[in-house]
Design a protein around this ligand. Sequence first.
Ligand code: AMP
Length: 501
Amino acid sequence: MTNYIGIDLGTTNSAVSKLDETGRPIIVHNPHGSNITPSVISFSSAKKYDVGEVARKSLGEPNTFGRFKRDMGGKAEFEAFGTKHTPESLSALLLKKLKEDSESTIGDIEEAVVTIPANFANEAREATLNAARKAGLNVKHIINEPTAAALYYAFHSGRELDGTYAVYDLGGGTFDVSIISVHGKNVEVLATEGVSKLGGDDFDKALQKIVAQKYKEETGFDLEPEDYNLIDAEEDKKSLSRRETVKIGIRSAGGRTNFEVQQKDFEEAISSFIAQTEMLCETALDDANLAPSDISEVFLVGGSSRIPCIQKSVERVFKREPVSFANPDEVVALGAALYAAYKSDGKFLNSIQKQSVEKISVAEITSKFFGTISVGMDNARDQLARGNSIIIEKGEKIPCTKEESFFTMGEGQTAVNCVVTESNTKETDPKFVKIIWEGDLELPAGRPANQEIVVRFSYDQNQTMKCSFIDVETDKKTEVDLSMGKGKESADVDIDKFMVE
Ligand code: AMP
């Protein structure tokens, strides 16, 4: 059989899904029969590695890496047996294993949709797509994680959804909240906010800190991290979602020390993170020009949404109890499988599967501001200054094309510097924006000042942005396609050198 699959490449765990014969999205189990695979890679030699549960057991040891999604697109390096890996190359190894495991149970994979946190910066999106390509996956479309979750809820809530909903997605490493209008199978994102480094990992560290404090109170000694590592903290954190206290037993050189940690101590320790998520929920509502009373329901996504005080916080902000009738670890992958089938050419779908996805429509928005840097007159200071001009606003419906004209300053100017910027807020100061691409547009010599240069950005459904810098008089252009792995070419590890243990 040939399949279209959805992959949720998570910070902590990843999941794969496909449509069954009746058009229902189902999870593809890994060879251990599990619905999710820990996003952990462990190298046992220069060329051999393990993935998933086996690798997770070695977390904390040298040559074992988890949570690399948090650094996606960044400069972090993970060295094992002399090779420096990037978050992208580790993700590629993980995706390759997920692909091969899935193929061994479901057959060929024609196309995959990989999900991406709504708030990922452009370079993190690019790195994810590069990783998928290196893993040998044919990825033509991507979908934001909360949108995929909303799509799944739209399909499987057991009733026709009709209204405005919030998707609260708190996983291991990222937080996203999206305000989404759903009418039947039509899903339209109205606003999205989030942070790419907030999630269960921070809560594990917070619990580890509480335990270290209590240990010191009990024994007078500092707790060695290996006596209570992040895996221990994660297990106890999960227990605290079910009960008010958890018993901790630390075995160290000096013997065994027993004490308890209260749920309320843990809640207090993570309260600043929760406050941050609440603020972002309020901003998302503001962005959409909506009040909590306009939201019909709040859907929970991501493993950390199981924490009771998180659920209470969601209730506080949206003034209604959130719902979670699906497994929060799986909804993103399940929604991605629906999207993969919907976006496919349908060649390998049976008639029921085709029917199941035929009425879908998904409309996304941009999650960042995109702009360019130009030199202009700063009237307040009566001098020339560099400024960032926003070309595409955050929250703009995609696909969209926006352009703005700029004018050359110097007589005989033979080039303009072409810059593409990204920011979370509407910044005019170049110091506070991220430059995601830079190039030059050569101009003919001998022309007067004030030549018109059009800067045109087109953002498409696949979140690929084409940026053109056009000299109007000659129609000469400098262009770049950003995202879908076409922007920055990464000089990276050759993943085909590595074999699974
Ligand atoms: P995800 O990225 O959606 O797979 O979520 C993974 C995160 O959810 C990890 O930090 C887990 O420790 C956390 N998680 C899973 N189950 C629970 C639970 N019952 N209570 C608290 N956190 C949980």
